[in-house]
Design a binder for this molecule. Structure first.
Ligand code: ATP
Ligand code: MG
Length: 476
């Protein structure tokens, strides 16, 4: 499981401790939920998918031991890590006897927390895999957490074998959703730096004028509003790995500074005079063709050559259809566990459609399609009707039985194409929302999560489509 796919619940009544711990977990890439006491913690556990709980022992209302008992009653495989104060080993032992996974003592040692979290999540993943009866054959195609056996993926793994545990800079390129971040994390996880930070910088998401202070930090008074000093991502990544995502978006004026930092391993904070030296391994990723950017003058060639020491090219999914069955099996297992379903496979007609599709959004799109299919699947096998419309329709290459339900029926001939499409879209949206609400027994928050939109967004949509909240979900 990748960190960003893991949700960790932190429960502690001390705000400072909550802040420090959750900040570390977020830096390590995890999704984090926080609660101020056991009662709120239990509420969050009921409402969200949680992979790991880290909880204080002594808290008002529901304390850590009670939270532990109730959490295990809800989910016996849930790892729970207790936070204990120095000198309270006997309570920690009692917690372990009750089923806690492990405990950490205050004040925290970051590396210790990191190791325990990783161990706990690995145990959780094994339990989920057993629960989803993942076939052994899948493991063979599972290297570095990268699913696939196609020549393209084998080549990627062969390069990883050689470079992961070196300080060498790696440049990963590939279309959106092809797994660039998966590979970047694999590089880090398979290096001696794995217990050190993995810091991600999305160069496309940082405003141009904040880029320098984000990367290199700033000193107090460096600019209006700089009331204190702050380390940049380079400093945070010291001894670990810095992942520069969407490197093609880095402004030209920043490229010289970045090049110096890469070449000399040193830089100054904005407004600072002291030269800071770091030991950072850099992995960069791009979905644009940097050679074209160089020709256009938007990317410096010296920076390109500095980054491109070891290139890794991720092929688009349409060029490695052979990996689709493995990926589907992997995602079915994942969403079975997450959505508490028991889908065992996919019908050949549906599988053929997946293989015939062009996958512009690559693996991310496939993952979303499988999530939706597992959610909608009423039997033990995914059928073509569980797939989204663009996949149901596009499969001209594979003849298929007509779908059992026909959400999109042509409107009256008097309507223009636009009106018909609009009406059909509304019917589809309605159908999808009703199914999601059905799955979540009318719980709008959960349904919004499944549909990957905000709760507010879903409520607006429901209003627009004339669906009332808390109404018993019915077929239209
Ligand atoms: N080989 C793989 N095996 C399993 N899951 C994968 C694989 N490649 C990608 N994924 C999954 O697909 C999704 C997209 O992957 P990722 O974020 O790494 O892509 P990306 O190339 O960085 O995309 P973008 O350019 O949009 O940022 C993630 O959820 C990831 O877990
Ligand atoms: Mg990415």
């Amino acid at each position: 499981m990748l960190p960003e796919q893991c949700q960790i619940l932190v429960v502690d009544d001390e705000p400072n401790l909550r802040r420090v711990l959750s900040a570390q977990l977020v830096r390590d890439g995890y999704e984090v939920l926080v609660a101020e006491d056991g009662e709120e913690g239990l509420e969050l556990l009921r409402e969200h998918h949680v992979d790991l709980v880290i909880t204080d022992l002594r808290m008002p209302k529901v304390d850590g031991m009670e939270l532990l008992r109730q959490a295990l009653a809800m989910d016996p495989d849930l790892p729970v890590v207790m936070i204990t104060a120095h000198g309270t080993v006997d309570t920690a032992v009692e917690a372990l006897k009750t089923g806690a996974f492990d405990y950490v003592t205050k004040p925290f040692d970051q590396a210790e927390v990191r190791t325990i979290v990783r161990k706990a999540l690995a145990t959780r993943e094994l339990a989920e895999r057993d629960a989803s009866h993942e076939p052994a054959a899948l493991a063979e195609s599972f290297r570095y957490g990268i699913i696939g056996r196609s020549p393209g993926i084998q080549e990627v793994c062969a390069v990883l074998d050689r470079v992961a545990d070196t300080p060498t800079t790696v440049l990963i390129s590939g279309e959106s959703g092809t797994g660039k971040e998966v590979v970047a994390r694999a590089v880090h996880e398979n290096s001696a730096r794995r217990d050190r930070p993995f810091i991600k910088v999305n160069c496309a998401a940082i405003p141009r004028d904040l880029m320098e202070s984000e990367l290199f930090g700033y000193e107090r008074g460096a600019f209006t509003g700089a009331v204190g000093s702050k380390p940049g991502r380079f400093e945070l990544a010291n001894l670990g790995t810095l992942f520069l995502d969407e490197i093609g978006s880095i402004p030209v004026e920043m490229q010289v500074k970045l090049l110096r930092a890469l070449q000399e391993s040193e830089f100054e904070r904005v407004g600072g005079v002291k030269t800071i030296r770091v030991d950072v391994r850099v992995v960069a990723a791009t979905n644009s063709d940097l050679k074209k950017e160089i020709a256009l003058g938007t990317f410096r060639d010296d920076l390109y050559y500095r980054l491109n020491v070891v290139p890794i090219q991720l092929p688009p999914l349409r060029d490695r259809c052979g990996d689709i069955p493995f990926l589907v099996r992997h995602f079915v297992g994942k969403f079975n566990a997450r959505l508490k379903k028991n889908v065992v496979g996919i019908l050949p007609e549906a599988a053929a459609r997946l293989e015939a599709y062009s996958w512009p959004g690559n693996i991310r799109e496939l993952e979303n399609v499988v999530e939706r299919a597992v959610l909608f699947c009423d039997s033990d096998q995914i059928r073509p009707t569980d797939l989204p419309p663009e996949l149901r329709d596009e499969s001209a290459s594979t003849p298929s039985p007509p779908p059992t339900s026909q959400p999109v029926s042509p409107g009256s001939a008097a309507d223009g194409l636009k009106e018909q499409v609009k009406a059909a879209m509304s019917r589809l949206e309605r159908e999808i929302i009703i199914k999601a609400l059905d799955q979540t027994r009318g719980n709008v928050t959960h349904a919004a999560r499944l549909l990957k939109i905000s709760r507010k967004g879903l409520q607006l949509k429901m209003k627009e489509l004339g669906l009332r909240e808390r109404e018993e979900p019915r077929e239209p």
